[in-house]
Design a protein. Structure first.
Length: 79
């Protein structure tokens, strides 16, 4: 049993079919690239908006203390 010829092979044998297929593939690739770009922009917008909403719900920052905020104490006297 021989494998059946695919439709693409028969289509490419027709004169003038190769440029049309090339244009179709190029346009599909273009649509894919534009779609990825739009999704990237939407993702960035969403993350930025979500961060803003979370920041708005938070209370004011609390006062924290760090050891470097205090002056150094004198070393203990030597015995």
């Amino acid at each position: 049993m021989q494998p059946r010829d695919g439709g693409l092979k028969r289509l490419l044998e027709q004169p003038g079919a190769r440029p049309r297929i090339g244009r179709a593939v190029a346009s599909l690739m273009g649509v894919g690239i534009v779609t990825i770009g739009v999704l990237g922009v939407l993702l960035g917008w969403h993350l930025k908006r979500r961060a803003r909403l979370i920041r708005e719900r938070l209370g004011p920052p609390r006062r924290t203390f760090h050891p470097s905020d205090f002056p150094a104490t004198e070393p203990p006297p030597e015995a």
